[in-house]
Write a protein that binds this ligand. Structure first.
Ligand SMILES: [Cu+2]
Length: 224
């Protein structure tokens, strides 16, 4: 596996602005690094402090696609119990697997245009790292959550958690490159109907600038 890893620390600043908390606007989170640039693929999750979580009666099925030797999306947050399928919309075969304690699974080599007969059920909370047994650089993350209140930042660094009832929440941020010592960082956010609330904090992550696509020097034919 040829990796070019350039590690450096940067800081994420998170600003919460909560408008009318139930339905209108939801919980809006902005994630920036210490250069003030937006950070993509951070997962924000909120758990009510009183422990009462109203879980959805159904969990919509999700897919993680494989296109151009890349998993899409790189980060997929889901609620526990979600079924995920892994269609192969590439031009070559892939072999998807995970050794993560939260979900060990393997989908043996399957051809383009196919998806496995059965989706994988993610029934334990935690981080599941997935890879391809053929293409070492292919990597993606599934973050399985035990709360329905979560969202992922887009390229603008903004995530919006919709449908959060009023109340106090423990809000956490997770990112695939989060520094280990920062993994328990959280904030309490008190959502009050009709009032804006805001809170900010910063965390450090280790960024891995690693190739997630096929190295140019590799001929695709060798990896079919
Ligand atoms: Cu592959």
């Amino acid at each position: 596996m040829c990796l070019h890893i350039n590690r450096f620390l940067f800081t994420i600043f998170i600003l919460f602005t909560c408008t009318n908390v139930y339905a209108e606007g939801g919980m809006i989170v902005k994630v920036l690094n210490d250069d003030g640039k937006p950070v993509e693929n951070a997962v924000i999750s909120a758990k009510p402090m009183d422990g009462e979580i109203i879980k959805p009666t159904t969990t919509p099925p999700t897919i993680i696609d494989q296109i151009d030797k890349t998993f899409i999306d790189y980060v997929t947050p889901v609620i526990v119990g979600t079924k995920i399928n892994f269609p192969n919309n590439d031009k070559i075969r892939h072999h998807v697997y995970s050794f993560s304690p939260a979900k060990k699974f393997e989908i043996p080599l399957y051809p383009p245009g196919k998806e496995p007969n059965e989706p994988v059920v993610f029934d334990n909370p935690g981080v599941v790292v997935i890879g391809c047994n053929i293409h070492d650089w292919m990597k993606a993350y599934i973050y399985v959550l035990d709360t329905p209140y979560f969202a992922k930042t887009k390229t603008d660094g903004i995530a919006v958690i919709q449908g959060v009832p009023v109340g106090k929440y423990k809000v956490e941020v997770w990112h695939p490159h989060l520094k280990k010592s920062q993994e328990v960082m959280s904030h309490v956010v008190d959502l009050v109907k009709g009032k804006d609330g805001s809170v900010s904090f910063d965390i450090k992550v280790v960024d891995e600038l690693k190739k997630r696509r096929a190295p140019n020097s590799f001929g695709g034919d060798n990896y079919r």
